[in-house]
Design a protein around this ligand. Structure first.
Ligand code: GLA
Length: 384
């Protein structure tokens, strides 16, 4: 199975944690379609941890909790598929899942076969309770091999949080996406912490092996399993814009049965999603002035760019600081995109959140970006 663009979907963990059941999954499947999310590309509906009983059956197979899933998982998968969606589940490479349920260590092939039989299309694979005797890469290689041999296309989503230098060995395991950092929480601090670490992984991300900055918290507003203080709408917009531009998977984490208008607008901005799903899959890169001097500098106002398949650029200015960006050297310099003065070219920018069009003059674009917000553009190359 080859996964050409960052996976998109919904996952139960960020809002519901252990409180999951068939009814919730069915209602979520319905809403993914009726709210237009599937149309936007959100195709995987993933059940995270806490779905099984604490013991395997007499044949060593995992058993869905009959109170939560009275009709078994095949019935849930069938319902999800009947809506035109794909179905995802969760297990773990260690001795237990992170919430203490049976995991797939030493049961990789039987579990992959079970998932295939149930109609699973996506497996999130966690890293808790790792046995000391086996290295992380071997644990993921086991499940990678089991999935590749299970007779069904199952997207392999590794979740080892960047531990043990995941980025250096994960591509060999067959994982289509891999968590590069720890768990997200629904707070500005968490979004900022993860964002400041993105640079360490971008260069290791590629088509069919996407780095994963964790599931979205857009629209949680402090409610739910990872809901701490919640964020402002501008902060959620920044979070979504950065995840989109950096080419990390877009897995919704809020309760989509109860989204407000702003949440819907953010999650269904098709122009922003196009940047994330650009088929060329080119690597995004920093065009922050400060980076050119010092690689270790923690840049609170990063500027990232990505060359798109049709020759346009995606460019984002992100302000993680508590002050306005004006005068801080945070700007778009065309020279750094390969559009030097001598090319005779400039950019016509479209602001992907407001629709405003701006022609760049004199090779530099600078605007005040307020604290905790961002600007995201698609730039078309035009004659000066
Ligand atoms: C880990 C993962 C989370 C979630 C929980 C479930 O913390 O990183 O994304 O899957 O386990 O227990």
């Amino acid at each position: 199975m080859i996964v050409r663009t960052p996976p998109m979907g919904w996952n139960s963990w960020n809002t519901f944690g252990k409180d999951i059941n068939e009814q919730l999954i069915k209602e979520t499947a319905d809403r993914m379609v009726s709210e237009g999310l599937l149309d936007c590309g959100y195709e995987y509906l993933v059940i995270d941890d806490c779905w099984s009983l604490k013991e395997r059956d007499e044949n060593g197979r995992l058993v869905p909790d009959p109170e939560k899933f009275p009709n078994g998982m095949k019935a849930v998968a069938d319902y999800v598929h009947s809506k035109g969606l794909k179905f995802g589940m969760y297990s773990c490479a260690g001795m237990l899942t992170c919430a203490g349920y049976p995991s797939s260590y030493d049961h990789e092939f039987i579990d992959a076969a079970t998932f295939a039989e149930w109609g699973v299309d996506f497996l999130k694979y966690d890293y808790c309770y790792k046995p000391g005797s086996v290295s992380g890469d071997v644990l993921y290689k086991r499940m990678g091999a089991a999935l590749a041999n299970c007779g069904r296309d199952i997207l392999f989503s590794a979740c080892s949080w960047g531990a043990d230098e995941t980025k250096k060995w994960i591509k060999a395991t067959g994982a289509h996406m891999w968590r590069s950092t720890g768990d997200i929480q629904d707070s500005w601090k968490s979004i900022k912490d993860l964002s400041m670490k993105a640079d360490q992984s971008i260069k290791y991300s590629a088509c069919n092996s996407f780095f994963d900055m964790d599931m979205l918290v857009v629209g949680i507003y402090g409610k739910g399993n990872v809901g701490l203080s919640g964020c402002t709408d501008d902060e959620y917009r920044l979070h979504f814009s950065l995840w989109a531009l950096l080419g990390t998977p877009l897995m919704i984490g809020c309760d989509i049965r109860d989204m407000n208008e702003v949440t819907k607008q953010i999650l269904t901005n098709k122009e922003v999603i196009k940047i994330n799903q650009d088929p060329a899959c080119n690597q995004p890169y920093s065009i922050s002035q400060s980076r050119t001097f010092d690689d270790d500098f923690v840049d609170e106002c990063p500027v990232y760019a990505k060359l798109l398949e049709n020759g346009d650029y995606a460019i984002g200015i992100f302000n993680f600081s508590d002050a306005n960006t004006w005068g801080t050297g945070t700007h778009i310099k065309l020279d750094m995109l390969g559009l030097a003065e001598s090319t005779g070219k400039t950019l016509l920018l479209t602001d992907l959140w407001t629709g405003e069009k701006i022609k760049v003059t004199n090779g530099v674009f600078e605007r005040t970006v307020p604290p905790h917000s961002c600007m995201l553009f698609r730039g078309q190359v035009i004659d000066k």
